[in-house]
Design a protein around this ligand. Structure first.
Ligand code: SF4
Length: 313
């Protein structure tokens, strides 16, 4: 159905209507840590890709509203093929767009005598996941790869995460594509970190493994968004420079009122993650748009790699 107009209401009214519709339709709202503060505040669960994938696999709701980007909503659909999964905005992940099924097939062919295992970051489309043996997230990539018996691993699409994994395993990691990256993390530079450290000398620098190798070398802690949240919660330190998308700072401040957080760079913003608004969540619930539909065979194949990952962690 084509929506010809968007209903405009004040923020409080949207929140009220969203909560009402959510109850009426037995819907659950999942939001990634990088979503806008007001979206995080109305969500039933806020987390990283892994946490949200697990929540999606456990939910009893009939409708899942996924506030994030396309591959995340696809993952929720793969794990819940009989439920309606809606994404409020057609938000894409530029990194997921960097890998295509043909590239996986060609790498498998090229290294076939080594019997490679394909491990793909969850930031991939379903058509790629369907060709993989295991999925992984930034939280568990090292654990998943170390649990595999083969020595040769085809890994994609994030070359920075591939570098990070290489450092923590003895496997032969073949990155596909060669220079895949998350533009938001890849643009965080060594000079950003130096400047932030000079400005906040008492702060610990915590970074996401999607950052470049030279930036990670300057970090006091490296982890996924959820691992960063845990690190901050349990740390004795009071100030932190945040080396990931700035959306996470909302949750960090909310959960740690006595601590201070500074973005490593004000430009660490993923525009795709910021597309979702209260208005679009309302419209998703009201008009049940935009629904994720995937081919059954693709979903069945992709599910195996996600379930293998969940079994390891
Ligand atoms: S932050 Fe990076 S990986 Fe995450 S959705 Fe944006 S572009 Fe993709």
């Amino acid at each position: 159905m084509k929506i010809k107009f968007l209903i405009r209401m004040e923020k409080d009214k949207y929140v009220k209507e969203i909560l009402k519709l959510k109850k009426e339709k037995n819907a659950v709202i999942l939001a990634h840590n990088y979503q806008l503060p007001e979206i995080q505040d109305i969500a039933d669960f806020v987390g990283d890709s892994l946490g949200l994938s697990i929540e999606a696999s456990k939910t009893k709701a009939d409708i899942i509203i996924f506030c994030g980007v396309d591959f995340m909503a696809e993952t929720a659909k793969i794990l819940n093929p009989n439920k309606k999964v809606l994404i409020p905005e057609k938000a894409i992940c530029p990194m997921a767009m960097m890998l295509h099924p043909e590239e996986i097939l060609s790498a498998k062919e090229k290294f076939k005598e080594k019997n490679p295992v394909v491990v793909l970051y969850v930031n991939t489309h379903a058509s790629c996941k369907a060709l993989s043996d295991y999925a992984c997230t930034s939280a568990n990539a090292v654990k998943v790869i170390n649990s595999i018996n083969n020595d040769t691993i085809i890994f994609g699409p994030d070359a920075n995460l591939a570098d990070y994994v290489k450092k923590h395993t003895n496997k032969n990691i073949i990155a596909i594509p060669k220079f895949g990256n998350c533009p938001t993390h890849h643009k965080i530079s060594v000079s950003d970190v130096r400047e932030a450290k000079a400005k906040y000398p008492n702060a610990k620098f915590i970074a996401h493994p999607e950052c470049r190798k030279d930036v990670l070398e300057m970090a006091d802690f490296i982890g996924s968004t959820e691992q960063m949240i845990k690190f901050v919660r349990t740390s004795e330190d009071k100030e932190f420079i945040i080396g990931t998308e700035i959306g996470i700072i909302h949750r960090l401040r909310k959960e740690n009122p006595g601590k201070k957080f500074y973005p490593v760079a004000d430009t660490a913003i993923c525009p795709n993650m910021k597309m979702t608004t209260l208005e679009s969540v309302y419209n998703a619930l009201k008009f049940e748009r935009y629904e994720i539909n995937l081919d059954k065979e693709v979903m069945d194949k992709a599910r195996k790699s996600i379930e293998r990952m969940i079994a390891i962690i």
